[in-house]
Design a protein around this ligand. Sequence first.
Ligand code: ZN
Length: 305
Amino acid sequence: MFIADTHCDTLYALAKGRKPDELMVNREKMLGGNVTLQTFALFTGSNGTHGSAYEDANAMLSCMDQLSVDWLLSKLPDTYPSVPTGIISMEGGEALEGNTQRLYEFYARTGLRMIALTWNFENEIGYPAKLGKEPGLKQFGLELLKHMDKLGIYADVSHLNEAGFWDIYENMSLPPIASHSNNREICDVPRNLNKKQILAIIERHGYIGINFYTNFLTKSSTASIDDVVRHIDSIMELGGEDVLGFGSDFDGIEAWPEGLCDSSCFPKLIDALSAHGYTQTQLEKISHLNLWRLLKTADRNREYN
Ligand SMILES: [Zn+2]
């Protein structure tokens, strides 16, 4: 079964000087887990270790070759990738520096598929969930949504506050997606989604990538694969079969469920879901087809040079 994963911080780890074979996501581990579509984030949600968030993003882009995977930086193929392949997202809009021209630049260079508008700090676009529910997006954020809609770049709400979420819901024609967030009813932390948000994502046919970080799965000090299954079950019960996926957060987390420590472990999760009664059709949607549908939908309206 092919796997798609909507979030990892592997490019950030490489830019910090880590070696591919030390990481939770690399070509070999992707092959081991049959992860053939990995979203690699340009993590620029801080002031920047290279002087600016924009320069940080460039440092991460210069690390792409180290991963020896195929990259989909422009028009998507007709069929889902069958070999380890990467697409680019942005986590924290700081790298745009409050300038829509930067959006077009990253789009042209990387085929940018999604942007987590904020990380855990306020930026030019809006405010993070960590700082509370309000206020909504800033003027530049609302302006940015129009350009993202035009370019087919999804707004990723994973770190965003709730008022920002509803601004996206109301102002974008592309549906909101959460690349790496869980269900707040199961684990009540600001980074997870509440029931209204989950229902809104389902209604708009968006996406929720389940995050493997222990602290977002459970209030216990340790997590198991069953905790991941529990979050998936709870969103399935709300009608989420067509929006669920995986957003591991590998290389960005310091605690994970036992047995789910890197990309090669995905088959164990699929086996657990299968043993729990999920059908082959449901597993294919959750494992990769839900994300592929979204990417292809946006790609059809994109213009490439
Ligand atoms: Zn994150």
